[in-house]
Design a protein around this ligand. Structure first.
Ligand code: SF4
Length: 406
């Protein structure tokens, strides 16, 4: 067995000089004057019968801004060292392309460019905003790599909760996607020193299945089959649903997370009685502030009449997908990666979350006075929103110059 390398020295990347240079570069990549002006003037623009309304809160959140700043700072400070990242820094393909252009190579499939086992103590490894699992981080540290940890503080608060569950021998029921990087990182912290278990539920149907088992037990093999890949090693539903704590991926839909908590609590109360349930059930609201603000702002915007909604962002972005889901429930909604998807007045290519692929819709932009809402997830930069607004007006026959004048 190889001897672990000495831990890397801490390096402060956030010096005034580095951050000034980072800010300039980040702004040149992601800033939009059009979006800033529109935001500053109330978020509504009308020109030639087309009204665009921007949600009050949209786009980059504090956690994403910090992660991008740190990655850019690492590229400025460690100019003589190899730079790697544990997956996508955030869920936006355009931002990830910029990160790759800084010479930062990916260690995680599906866009893997290097192997963790080939790293040396000279290398720098960036941990993305969603964090990483305990085992991978431990290996990187063992190799002595310089770690630049951009994990969002809101994600770390969830870790604190599930770690506490583990040390109290409480099973964490995590409302999230078992394949999402953040949920994988959280789940890895729900088991500490051989204590604790986790179970990941995604839908209310999953939740009801778990609730039925809590109330009456049932077929253990069928339970384990249904949740394959979404529970800790050795998890046994007959033993490990006695004391549970509900936590969630930070970017879930608030109403749904509350419903998951409510249903599990009701099942525990039915089984144990209200008094004992105080001991055997706990929950913490771990939806992050940025996700909440974007959902609230969209809810407000949807209260007024609009003809259609455009949601801009990466298709694997959970918080963006939830915004699209909210829109779909009320009006025609097009979830697009960027402005190139607005192909013509007749045709738009957009992500269908149910089919999990891009689809094409014809006749999406009627030729009459229209009000179009626009929002974007926490990982979407303003320049992509600007391009979407400009393209929309272009399809409506209003060029960029005239629009800037308006
Ligand atoms: S969406 Fe929330 S948890 Fe994720 S980076 Fe932004 S603030 Fe942090």
């Amino acid at each position: 067995m190889s001897t672990p390398a000495s831990p890397a020295k801490r390096v402060n990347l956030r010096t005034p000089d580095v951050m000034a240079a980072v800010q300039a570069q980040v702004e040149s990549h992601y800033r939009s004057e059009v979006v800033e002006k529109l935001r500053a003037t109330g978020g509504t623009l009308t020109c030639d019968g087309l009204t665009v309304r921007l949600a009050k809160q949209f786009g980059f959140c504090y956690g994403v801004e910090r992660a991008i700043d740190l990655a850019y700072a690492a590229a400025k400070v460690f100019t003589d060292r190899r730079l790697f990242i544990l997956g996508e820094i955030i869920h936006n393909p355009e931002v990830n392309e910029q990160i790759a252009a800084l010479g930062i190579r990916n260690l995680i499939p599906p866009h893997q460019q290097a192997e963790v086992e080939d790293l040396t103590a000279e290398d720098v490894v960036i941990v993305p905003a969603f964090g990483t699992d305990v085992k991978t981080l431990g290996r990187i540290k063992e190799l002595g790599c310089q770690v630049v940890d951009t994990t969002c503080g809101d994600v770390m608060s969830v870790w604190k909760r599930v770690r506490q569950n583990a040390s109290d021998d409480v099973t964490s029921i995590i409302h999230g996607k078992a394949t999402h990087e953040e949920t994988k990182a959280t789940a890895s912290r729900a088991v500490v020193a051989g204590k604790g278990h986790y179970l990941i539920v995604l839908t209310l149907a999953d939740t009801d299945y778990v609730c039925a088992f809590i109330r009456r037990e049932g077929d253990k093999a069928a339970f384990l089959e249904r949740f394959r890949g979404a529970y800790s090693e050795g998890f046994d539903p007959t033993l490990h649903l006695r004391r549970v704590g509900v936590a969630n991926q930070t970017t879930m839909m608030r109403g749904e997370t509350e419903e998951v908590q409510r249903r599990i609590e009701a099942a525990i109360k039915d089984r144990d009685g209200a008094e004992k349930a105080r001991e055997s059930f706990r929950f913490f609201d771990t939806i992050c502030g940025a996700t909440q603000e974007r959902q609230d702002a969209l809810r407000d915007m949807l209260a007024a009449p609009m003809d259609l909604l455009i949601v801009v962002g990466g298709y694997n972005s959970s918080n963006t997908a939830h915004l699209a889901e909210m829109g779909e429930a009320k009006l025609p909604t097009y979830f697009i990666r960027n402005a190139t998807r607005l192909e013509s007045r007749a045709r738009v290519t957009h992500f269908d979350q149910h089919a999990k692929r891009e689809v094409t819709t014809e006749g999406w932009l009627p030729d009459r006075p229209l009000t179009v809402g626009i929002t974007a997830g926490a990982s979407c930069p303003n320049n992509l929103i600007e391009e979407t607004i400009l393209r929309l007006y272009e399809l409506h026959g209003v060029g960029a110059e005239r629009l800037r004048g308006a």
